[in-house]
Design a protein around this ligand. Structure first.
Ligand SMILES: [Zn+2]
Length: 132
């Protein structure tokens, strides 16, 4: 899906407008915590690698795929993408990663705007169903 790929590309390049980015523009926010877990300051790295909610979604998707494909940082993410060949299995893994990133980011946006939370199982099913 093009929208998944677009958000995925932005995430890999740490360009999504997470709350830590506002400091770069000298804009003070009342709350810089991750809107999903409210346990740590929000950054692209926190949202996709350290947030317990995202880790749970990634674990469920990885278990479903039967492989551990989630890199532990943006650098290793880029390395992994550069190294893979484009066999069908790898294309499925990349498409799945893009869907997971998209839904994690979308969930974060929904929570920020409406304060309503998507349940873990629902996010997992959305990610999975988008690839099937
Ligand atoms: Zn978090």
């Amino acid at each position: 899906m093009p929208k998944h790929r677009f958000i995925f590309w932005q995430a890999i390049n740490s360009q999504l407008l997470s709350r830590d980015k506002f400091e770069q523009f000298h804009i003070k926010l009342d709350n810089v915590l991750c809107p999903v877990c409210e346990d740590a300051p929000e950054s692209n790295a926190h949202l996709f690698f350290d947030c317990w909610f995202s880790q749970q979604v990634v674990k469920m998707v990885s278990d479903w795929l039967g492989v551990k494909v989630w890199p532990n940082g943006f650098h290793s993410w880029k390395q992994w993408l550069l190294q893979i060949d484009m066999e069908k299995k790898h294309r499925i893994l990349v498409a799945t990663m893009a869907a997971v990133i998209y839904f994690i980011w979308n969930n974060r946006k929904t929570i920020s705007l409406t304060n309503s939370r998507v349940q873990l199982q629902r996010l997992y099913k959305r990610s999975k169903n988008n690839v099937l």
